[in-house]
Design a protein around this ligand. Sequence first.
Ligand code: SF4
Ligand code: SF4
Length: 162
Amino acid sequence: MKEHLVPYTGQKYECKVCGECCHNRIIPLTKNDLDRLQRIVGDMDFAEYLINIQSFVLSHREWDGGCVLQNDMKCSIHDQKPVVCRLFPFASYPKPFDGSTNNAYKLPDGTIVYIYIDTACPGVETTEKAPMPAWLIPLIQRIRLEMALTRFFYEGKENNRT
Ligand code: SF4
Ligand code: SF4
């Protein structure tokens, strides 16, 4: 799936359960994700470490680029899926990458983030508006916290090794 992010300004979104977002996307995992999924799956084959982004990511099947946790175009761990999977088709950045200012939102801790939505997702209606999903801002806040803890955990391990 080729990403096409545009500033989020209230575009309507309703998942069509097509499973396309589980193909050919790099999905970083937090330490919480890794621990939770390891308990469920029983091994670590679902993840690999990407040195260029210094993060664990979900592994893909070689033959179709699908996530190894996808089964019959459905997520086999739907209720427990990684936080970045839950956020899709939304994405948040600390700074706008296209000069936009109409997609700035304040998190509960006061941080300003710039929210984008991926119009490659067939569930996004670019011509219709809807209220922001109630889960979006709390989830972005949670992901930022989990990512910060993950960096702290692995950078600490790296420092202990040297
Ligand atoms: S690509 Fe969009 S519509 Fe399809 S499963 Fe993913 S979120 Fe739902
Ligand atoms: S964990 Fe589930 S939702 Fe996330 S990419 Fe894999 S199959 Fe899709």
